[in-house]
Design a protein. Structure first.
Length: 165
C-alpha cells in the first residue's frame, strides 16, 4: 500500500510540475522553457534547437504561462505525431509582444480536420492564446511538417491584469 501511495504522490507532483513549474513563477519564462526543453529531450530523445532573444526580463503571469503551455503542448504534439528526431523552438520578445515559433519537418496533418476534432490540443492552444489577447497560426499539410506561430501582446495582457485588480 505504501508503494502505491508513494507512486500516486509522485505522479501528482509530476503532473503539478508539468502544469505549472515552480521556476516559471520564481525565475521566469526563459528558465522554465529551458527546463521544459531539457526534460522533453531526455524523455523523448528528440533534439530541440532552441533559440531565444530578449527574454532576460519578466513578463506578466498570463503571458508567461500562455507561452510556456503552448510550447509545451506543441512539443508534446511533435513527440506524439510528427515522427521526427528534431524540432525547432524560437521565442523572442519585443517591446510590444512575445512571439514563438515551433516547427518540425514531420508527417504534418490536415489543419481543418484537426481543428474540427473537438478534443484537439490545437483547439486548446488557440483558445489559450485568444484568452491572452494573442493569436496562434497553425500551418501544416500531410507530408510537409508543421509550423505554429504565436504572438502575445504584452501591453494588452498588462492592461487586463490591471483591470482585474
Amino acid at each position: 500500500m505504501r508503494a502505491i501511495v508513494n507512486d500516486l504522490f509522485s505522479r501528482v507532483r509530476n503532473l503539478s510540475t508539468n502544469l505549472r513549474p515552480p521556476m516559471l513563477d520564481e525565475l521566469g519564462l526563459l528558465s522554465a522553457l529551458t527546463w521544459q526543453i531539457d526534460r522533453f529531450e531526455t524523455q523523448t530523445g528528440i533534439h530541440v534547437e532552441f533559440h531565444h532573444a530578449q527574454l532576460d526580463r519578466r513578463f506578466g503571469p498570463q503571458v508567461e504561462m500562455t507561452a510556456f503551455r503552448i510550447v509545451q503542448e506543441a512539443l508534446t504534439n511533435v513527440a506524439r505525431h510528427a515522427g521526427v528526431m528534431k524540432a525547432k523552438v524560437d521565442v523572442w520578445a519585443s517591446p510590444a509582444s512575445l512571439g514563438a515559433l515551433i516547427e518540425d519537418e514531420g508527417r504534418g496533418f490536415d489543419v481543418g480536420a484537426a481543428l474540427a476534432a473537438r478534443s484537439s490540443g490545437l483547439n486548446g492552444m488557440r483558445e489559450r492564446s485568444r484568452l491572452a489577447g494573442g493569436r496562434l497560426l497553425i500551418e501544416s499539410e500531410p507530408g510537409r511538417g508543421t509550423r505554429l506561430s504565436l504572438e502575445l501582446p504584452l501591453h494588452q495582457a498588462s492592461l487586463r491584469e490591471e483591470d482585474e485588480d
